[in-house]
Design a protein around this ligand. Structure first.
Ligand code: UFG
Length: 337
């Protein structure tokens, strides 16, 4: 099937493009290259042997987007990644986030309606749960008020999709609520390329290990967790990518139980920041320079997924171990030298 992947040269997008090709699909990428580079296409080609068709288009530009749909009449589904994703930046530039993330999605939905494309996979986030009252968190946990404009866009996007699907015969969606995606393709030909100083833990860890950053700061050791640092559910990016492939297949095969389905995409395992540091050192043999600093504003204390529904309904399961995943992140970092 021909699948349009917005944000397809980005971190999760590029890994998903590879898994789509591995599964026999034909991805078409739309990306404005604002947070990725064109060289990613070479990485995808080296891994899969396929040249992917690429449009440098901003999803907020509806005319340009519409043209992509017109030139690709046989698109069967959309995986919509293209969005701004830095929590801190969203606090400083909320309008950028509301414009890119909401207008982009609305344009996609307009084009889907006009060109009669029925299946949408949307990148949502565990951020919609805030600090859950019960762990592991299930899809039925209440949506908590967002802690950032970025988080708010994910909540509003979910609502926009529900309302649009309800109003439009033939349209259906799967919302994937990701936990913390980490790691890189085992080939180290594609991976995460953070702009400037990394905001996320793993790229900060690998850059510190590589000597690009002097010292990792662990944001707080006084949380109510066994070792005092925050706990997250770190999911391998290739495993996460595969969840998108089974989602498009599920929709195309008419297997959905409702027109909008929601799945947690995580491992079901919580890992603390200290545990990540220790495991990274063990797996790579590299000593990490780190110190404990203040808590980071807006951080959730602990969250990990109940992924039972994704396991049973989607038939998807996280497969990679944390060791493999951290090793892949390190291999990718070293390939950047
Ligand atoms: N951390 C550090 N030092 C760093 C960076 C991170 O100790 O230099 C800690 C954080 O405090 C947190 C953990 O590492 O406990 C993970 O932090 P990340 O920034 O990697 O990930 P977050 O869980 O904060 O953010 C992720 C996604 C966001 C999403 C958010 C929802 O990256 O897109 O989950 O909670 F909004």
């Amino acid at each position: 099937m021909k699948i349009l992947v917005t944000g397809g040269t980005g971190y999760i997008g590029s890994h998903t493009v590879v898994e789509l090709i591995n599964a026999g699909h034909t991805p078409v990428i739309v990306d404005n290259l604002s947070n990725s580079n064109i060289g990613v296409l070479d990485g995808i080609k080296s891994i899969t042997g396929e040249s992917v068709s690429f449009y440098q288009v901003d999803v907020t530009d509806i005319q340009a987007l519409d043209k992509v749909f017109s030139e690709n009449h046989d698109i069967k589904g959309i995986i919509h990644f293209a969005a701004s994703k830095a929590v801190g930046e969203s606090v400083k530039e909320p309008l950028k986030y509301y414009r890119n993330n909401l207008v982009g999605l609305m344009n996609i939905l307009e084009c889907m309606k006009k060109h009669k494309v029925g299946s949408l996979v949307f990148s949502s986030s565990c951020t919609v749960y805030g600090q859950p009252d019960i762990l592991p968190v299930t899809e039925n946990a209440p949506i908590k008020p967002a802690l950032s404009p970025y988080g708010n866009t994910k909540q509003i996007c979910e609502e926009i999709i529900r309302d649009t699907v309800a109003s439009c015969e033939g349209l259906h969606a799967i919302l994937l609520r990701y936990f913390n995606p980490i790691g890189a393709h085992p080939s180290a030909l594609i991976g995460e390329l953070p702009l400037g100083v990394p905001q996320n833990l793993i790229p900060y860890v690998t850059q510190t290990a590589a000597g690009i950053r002097e010292c990792l700061t662990i944001f707080g050791d006084d949380y109510d967790t066994p070792d005092g640092s925050c706990i997250r559910d770190y999911i391998n990016v290739t495993d996460l990518a595969k969840a998108h492939v089974v989602s498009v297949d599920r929709m195309e095969n008419g297997k959905q139980e409702s027109d909008v389905e929601v799945f947690n995409i995580g491992t079901g395992r919580g890992t603390s920041v200290f545990e990540i540091v220790n495991m990274f050192e063990k797996v790579t043999g590299v000593k990490l320079n780190y110190k404990v600093g203040h808590r980071r504003e807006g951080d959730i204390e602990k969250v990990w997924a109940d992924a039972t529904i994704a396991n049973n309904t989607l038939g998807w399961k996280a497969e990679k171990t944390m060791e493999e995943t951290l090793a892949s992140a390190w291999k990718w970092q070293q390939s950047l030298k």
